[in-house]
Structures are given as structure tokens and as C-alpha cells.
Design a protein around this ligand. Structure first.
Ligand SMILES: [Zn+2]
Length: 194
């Protein structure tokens, strides 16, 4: 039988920062006829106000697979889901053209529209997506770092990996001066053998 000394485990990980942060669905961008929210499945998200749920973490079984070809967004009537395959702590395979088309469809929408981007913690994948879509829709000023900008509005823990920062740069063509956040997550402390 394996025994684990919990105090040793906590000692090992005490250097990691654990920080409480946002809960619920946070309104990040608001423009004429448009509201964009960010959320995390583990942070009491409220998806009620959204017409379109952009599922970045396979949270919902029934979803519309996106392969880069969009029809009119109106087709996604109230409470539709768009699923983007996106591994945790990583980036999706979506080419920049995908995001350009997505932004174009949002921009072309004539009726009031609200979207919620949602992953698990609401930081890495959701934060990256918010930075990208905010830049492409012109909702983040040109002269600011998009990551810092979204951190200021939504949650200061967004964007968790160097690959996500690089992806934001590649897709948007914008300068990113912020660095990744490395808060250790309580749920992933490895209590092996218990
Ligand atoms: Zn947060």
C-alpha cells in the first residue's frame, strides 16, 4: 500500500499561485446589436443570455462542428452551439482564415446577437478566442496589447501558454507584450496513491 504525506505534497506545490477570480458569464465586448461574453464551465457560467454558444472544450454533446465554412449566422437561431475542437493548454488547428470568416459573419449579423465563448476554466482557450475575435471585430484598440486589454475587462488570468500567445499574434497580426499566466489549478494537484 502506498502512503502519501499530504504535507509533503502541499510543500512541493506551495510555490504555485492559486487565485480566485471571475465567476459567471462576463460581458467582455459590447457593440451595436452585439454582446460577447466569456465563461468557464467550472466557474458557474450563465449561458442564458447568449444566442450562440461557442463551445471550446467539448462541454456540450450536441454541437455544430465547424470546419472553417460558415453559413449565415442567422441560420444559427436562438441558442445554437458552435463547437471548436481545441485541446486544453494548447491552440486549435483553425487557420487564421477561419477566424476572419467567423468575425465577418458576426459583423454581418443585422439582428441583435449575443455569443458566449466557453471552455473549462474560462482562461486559456476562452481568453485566447476573446483576444482574437475582439481584434478582428475592431473591438480592441489597435495600440494596446490584446491580452492585457481582455485581462483588464474579463479576468487577469487569461491566456495560459506561449503557444496561445503566438497563436493570437499569428491570427491577428497584432503585437502581444503580455506573457502567459501560470497559476496552478487546485484540481490538478496529483494526489497519486490515495
Ligand atoms: Zn478567471
Amino acid at each position: 500500500m502506498t502512503t502519501v504525506n499530504l504535507s509533503d505534497t502541499w510543500e512541493k506545490y506551495k510555490g504555485f499561485k492559486i487565485k480566485e477570480c471571475h465567476t459567471g458569464s462576463v460581458l467582455v465586448f459590447k457593440d451595436t446589436n452585439l454582446e460577447i461574453y466569456g465563461a468557464g464551465k467550472n466557474r458557474s457560467p450563465d449561458i442564458i443570455p447568449s444566442d450562440v454558444i461557442v463551445d471550446l472544450a467539448d462541454n456540450y454533446g450536441k454541437a455544430i462542428e465547424c470546419h472553417g465554412i460558415f453559413k449565415e449566422l442567422e441560420k444559427y437561431s436562438t441558442r445554437k452551439m458552435i463547437k471548436i475542437s481545441w485541446p486544453d493548454m494548447s491552440v486549435p488547428r483553425m487557420h487564421p482564415k477561419f477566424w476572419a470568416e467567423f468575425a465577418e459573419m458576426i459583423r454581418a449579423h443585422t439582428k441583435p446577437l449575443s455569443l458566449v465563448f466557453i471552455c473549462n476554466g474560462g482562461h486559456g482557450r476562452t481568453g485566447t478566442a476573446l483576444c482574437i475575435i475582439g481584434c478582428l471585430l475592431g473591438l480592441i484598440p489597435e495600440d494596446v496589447c490584446p491580452v492585457e486589454y481582455v485581462r483588464g475587462i474579463y479576468c487577469d488570468q487569461i491566456v495560459e501558454t506561449d503557444s496561445q500567445i503566438k497563436y493570437i499574434k499569428n491570427v491577428t497580426g497584432r503585437e502581444v507584450t503580455a506573457t502567459k499566466r501560470e497559476y496552478y489549478r487546485v484540481g490538478s494537484i496529483p494526489f497519486h496513491g490515495i
